[in-house]
Design a protein around this ligand. Structure first.
Ligand code: NAD
Length: 313
């Protein structure tokens, strides 16, 4: 049985990590969050130690390492705000543990280089949650593209509107310095998925960018992709809103909808299974997606020219 620590234990996604640790038969030994609304821990690991101060957490993790009584932390799971990930990963590696880090791994590509140095120095590994790479429908599409002529270009439209209330822009998620902005925070899943399916990134154009929506064009070795992301409920098509829905997700390939709304719930547990079997996605596998979001963040939007997404109106 492996021992886990969890950073960011009070947050929205933390229970998915607790569930994955439990479902894979392992133990959460210690948890950290600056916020103490962590009663959820009792549903999974009532014996876990909890800290609100990093320094006390650090001391405890170090003690467990030195005691040599089987409680040494093997994995530190990281579910803190995006801009803290690299620091928390360094803490994990320095503590003699592997890291399991949420997306986006980091905000900028050069952060990956620093972490690679740290992996070499400590002999420990960074694992990441790239859960869409484990989704059966995405794997099937990946395999189909692999079976086609190498120069085939698919026409792809990606539309993802996931409405958020007024809290979003008041929280760290609405602060570009902390989350990287909407394309980084929400889009990174999809840019990684597109790279995984369609290969090397060749062109990256941004048409529009604001705190609540962004849109652009990406060309990969095997695809031409118009993309549109939004957290604004007004972008959800009226017919969908009439049904009471606040989310709209569509990926079409050659005009055909890819059905992948099911099969999402257990992807954290699937990710943990892979990591524990030594097959976790590592630092280098994140590089293209992180380069993509960093370039989108710093690009000058071109307006409605060229291959812009039809939702951009
Ligand atoms: P959240 O704001 O709900 O949770 C973040 C938690 O981190 C909060 O409880 C906060 O108090 C805590 N925190 C802040 N500073 C800290 C510090 N210095 N030390 C320890 N804890 C600290 O956010 P969330 O939605 O749970 O997102 C957390 C991470 O998970 C983000 O990186 C996000 O991008 C990622 N995420 C991934 C998915 C996915 O599908 N893989 C979905 C949502 C979020």
């Amino acid at each position: 049985m492996k021992n886990f620590a969890l950073v960011g234990a009070a947050g929205y996604i933390a229970p998915r990590h607790m569930k994955a640790i439990q479902a894979t038969g392992h133990n959460l030994v210690a948890a950290l969050d600056t916020n103490d609304s962590v009663g959820i821990i009792d549903s999974y690991f009532p014996d876990a130690d909890f800290f609100t101060e990093f320094e006390r957490f650090d001391r405890h993790v170090d003690l467990l390492r030195r005691l040599n009584d089987g409680r040494k932390i093997d994995y530190v799971s990281i579910a803190s705000p995006n801009y803290l990930h690299d620091s928390h990963m360094r803490f994990a590696l320095r503590s003699g543990a592997e890291a399991i880090c949420e997306k986006p791994l980091v905000l900028n590509p050069w952060n990956i280089d620093g972490l690679q140095d740290m992996e070499r120095d400590t002999g420990q590994k960074v694992n990441t949650i790239l859960q869409l790479r484990l989704h059966p429908a995405i794997i099937a599409l990946h395999d189909e593209v692999q079976s086609q002529p190498r120069d085939r270009k698919y026409e792809v439209d990606l539309t993802y509107i996931t409405s958020r209330g007024h809290w979003y822009l008041q929280s760290w998620k609405g602060d570009e310095k902390k989350s990287g902005g909407i394309a980084t925070n929400i889009g990174v899943h999809f840019y990684d998925m597109l790279h995984f399916i369609f290969g090397d990134l060749q062109e990256n154009v941004v048409h529009y960018s604001s705190p609540t929506k962004a849109s652009g064009y990406l060309e990969y070795a095997n695809a031409r992709v118009r993309w549109f992301l939004s957290v604004d409920v007004n972008d959800v098509p009226q017919v969908v809103r009439n049904d009471g829905q606040r989310t709209y997700r569509s990926i079409t390939v050659e005009g055909e909808e890819i059905e992948f709304s099911g099969g999402f719930t257990d992807l954290h547990t699937r990710s943990y299974e892979e990591i524990l079997a030594g097959r976790g996605f590592g630092l280098e596998e994140n590089r293209v997606a992180i380069e993509t979001v960093a370039a989108i963040r710093t690009a000058t939007p071109q307006g409605m020219t060229g291959e812009y997404h039809p939702f951009l109106k």
